[in-house]
Design a protein around this ligand. Structure first.
Ligand code: CA
Ligand code: CA
Length: 291
């Protein structure tokens, strides 16, 4: 689980416990029980409860025992939140009762659309917990999220090359039984007639938040950049079987949203390194499965 104290470069802290809690209104005698909260990101329009989707973006507090009035005072931080997320996404907060012998029991939940927040401002909410809200079952599975990746792009006009930086990943989906992955990243510049555009980072062992800080350079004329698509895929290295695909993203003139904007900003600002977070999805970009 990502640590709230990890020192990432561009954290977007989106939830902090209110400084003062209102007094409990129930006069009922507390009965023994445990409490924990879970935070999950859902797109506002296509809520997702797919196991790997929630696994990749779920954070949780510690469990407090034997209480009906838990006070956590914990900060949970999501990394790699994009401008697109701030418009589209809703934070789902659910409170559960931890059970040693069965599945944890759902107590109640509340949802906060991220568009209610302002940059660099802490906002407190005092919400009633509700029963589980209905889920849209017709969700397009191609939108399943598998984590985040920070990529840097720079066109070097002196050397006529595109420099692609794989900076780090955050909240990757776990692809091993131990609850982690052994991630590495592959990049391609497509179309790729000579099949020479593949680059690979090192493998980082047993982590869902790897830091790579590796750069790859592609010799290419500036004018040809508009015809190319950068395909970035993240894999889990496995011994004795084929590696698991974690997630991918493509940047280029035919992409949309943040993916198009990043490519466009790179074209517009020669010799300037531009770093952005991107969402990884389970949709494999291009035909890179058999490389
Ligand atoms: Ca695996
Ligand atoms: Ca593995």
């Amino acid at each position: 689980m990502p640590s709230a104290r990890a020192d990432y470069r561009q954290p977007h802290q989106i939830l902090e416990p209110p400084k003062q809690y209102p007094p409990p209104t129930s006069s009922r005698e507390p009965t023994p029980g445990c409490g924990l909260t879970e935070l999950t990101f859902l797109p506002s329009f296509l809520p997702s409860f797919l196991p790997s989707a929630t696994q990749a973006n779920k954070l949780r507090t510690k469990t407090l025992h034997n209480t009906l009035n838990p006070v956590w005072s914990e900060t949970l931080t999501y990394y790699g939140i994009t401008d697109e997320d701030m418009v589209r996404k809703t934070l789902r907060i659910s409170v559960c009762d931890e059970d040693k012998f069965r599945h944890n029991e759902f107590i109640g939940e509340t949802r906060i659309p991220l568009k209610k927040l302002k940059p660099n401002q802490t906002k407190s909410f005092y919400n009633c917990l509700e029963k589980q809200l209905p889920v849209n079952k017709t969700e397009d599975k191609s939108l399943e999220e598998r984590g985040r990746i920070m990529i840097s792009l720079k066109y070097n006009s002196q050397k006529s090359c595109l420099v692609v930086g794989i900076v780090r990943c955050a909240h990757l989906a776990a692809m091993d039984a131990n609850g982690f992955s052994d991630p590495y990243v592959k990049t391609y510049l497509k179309p790729d007639e000579n099949k020479k555009s593949k680059h690979k980072t090192v493998v980082k062992k047993k982590t869902l938040n790897p830091e790579f800080n590796e750069e790859f350079s592609y010799d290419i004329k500036y004018a040809d950049l508009t015809k190319k698509t950068l395909v970035v895929t993240v894999w889990d290295y496995d011994i004795g079987k084929s590696n698991d695909f974690i997630g991918g993203v493509s940047l280029g003139i035919n992409a949309n949203g943040e993916r198009l904007k990043h490519w466009f900003d790179c074209l517009k600002n020669k010799d300037k390194k531009i770093e952005r977070w991107h969402t990884l999805t389970n949709e494999l970009p291009g035909s890179t499965f058999n490389d």
